[in-house]
Unconditional design. Sequence first.
Length: 137
Amino acid sequence: MNSALFSVPTTSLALATLTMSAILLLTLVGMVVLYRHFNHVLSQQETTISMLREDLSALCSGAIGIGEHVTRLEDNARSLTVRQDKLEMQEAPERSYKQALKMAQRGAQLNEVIEDCGIARGEAELILLANRLDKAS
């Protein structure tokens, strides 16, 4: 009778041990599967990060190149503005004299020529006098 009493708990103990082993084995297999999955996901993310870093580096290089190009364009625009201003300053007296001559030919008065053309009184008088002499001859 003693062996029958001990055999039931031994069988129950063996069954419990076997069940626990199976549960632990399934848990271990699940963890290995999850580990491999997460390792694969991590590898994909590292590849994506590497590609994004390369893209960012290319964008930064491009932005630097564009910035340098814009700086050169701004310098060229300033230089052209200065040249244009100089040319306008050189042409301004010539245009003023031409305008004064046309006004004199139309019979404009001395003060009108001075104000509209922005020339000195002596210059306006000379243009009007030259125009009168030209008409007289």
